[in-house]
Design a protein around this ligand. Structure first.
Ligand code: 16G
Length: 240
């Protein structure tokens, strides 16, 4: 399996081998890996080489380390395509996961100027401020804060936002959600965010802002969300 005569670096060969075991399901999320020393003896390679392979796999999100306990297989990341304008509920269902929400905050507030500008409404106009933890099979994936004009989207309730916002807008209000712009940046979770997402304070998260519009380009939502970087990767197809 490890070919010392190959021009491919040894650490890379080991890395690919471990990835294959994870992809085939022979190593499952939560499984612990044998210590570096054992790998080194088994394949007659140096511990440094094993460490390098492990570090790469940790950086790529395949493995994680627990101080004093060892190295473990991480949960697979959700690969989210960036082409389609879909809702969290739709995304989870498409993957066979149970979508869920934990409502943290639900209130109509006077729009602060930045929010008003994003929604093209007057400053202090009424907006819903909705903060939800989004869950997949009960596991927190993202923390979303939505701003929605209360004059445009009437009749939102806690019950509705505990289910799907997009399906209420489309099926009940018969409005057509048409297009969006989305900006993705990296950041780290503060204490409160980390608690809500059940990750460590300072863990990497993806800060995503989405502006969504109806067919006639009326802004329908402005969303600020934090997605767990250990559970999400985004994918886009390109052509030239
Ligand atoms: C997605 C959207 C969010 C939208 C929500 C509606 C991002 C990155 N994604 O999470 O803008 O409000 O879906 O989901 O912002 P729902 O229909 O399940 O409530």
């Amino acid at each position: 399996m490890i070919d010392k005569n190959s021009p491919i670096p040894l650490y890379y060969q080991l890395e690919e081998h471990i990835k294959e075991l994870i992809e085939k399901g022979e190593l499952k999320p939560g499984d612990s890996l044998p210590p570096e020393r054992e790998y080194a003896e088994l394949y007659k390679i140096s511990r440094m080489t094993v460490r390098q392979a492990f570090t790469q796999l940790v950086n790529e999100g395949y493995l994680f380390r627990l101080q004093g306990k060892g190295t473990f297989v991480a949960e697979r990341k959700i690969e989210q395509p960036l082409q389609g304008l879909t809702s969290f509920t739709e995304d989870m269902k498409a993957r066979g996961l149970e979508p869920g929400s934990q409502l943290i905050h639900f209130e109509i507030i006077p729009a602060p100027s930045q929010v008003a500008a994003q929604l093209s409404i007057p400053e202090f106009g009424p907006v819903y401020e909705i903060k939800r933890i989004r869950l997949a099979d009960g596991v927190p994936m993202a923390l979303e804060t939505n701003y929605i004009s209360a004059n445009l989207i009437k009749g939102l309730t806690e019950e509705i936002v505990n289910k799907s916002l997009y399906s209420f807008i489309e099926e009940n209000l018969k409005l057509t959600i048409n297009h969006a712009t989305q900006v993705i940046e990296s950041t780290i979770a503060n204490n409160n965010e980390a608690k809500l997402l059940k990750i460590k304070k300072g863990a990497p998260v993806l800060f995503i802002q989405r502006n969504t519009y109806l067919k006639d380009s009326t802004p329908v939502e402005y969303v600020k969300s934090l997605y767990r970087a250990d559970r999400y990767k985004f994918m886009i197809q390109m052509k030239r």
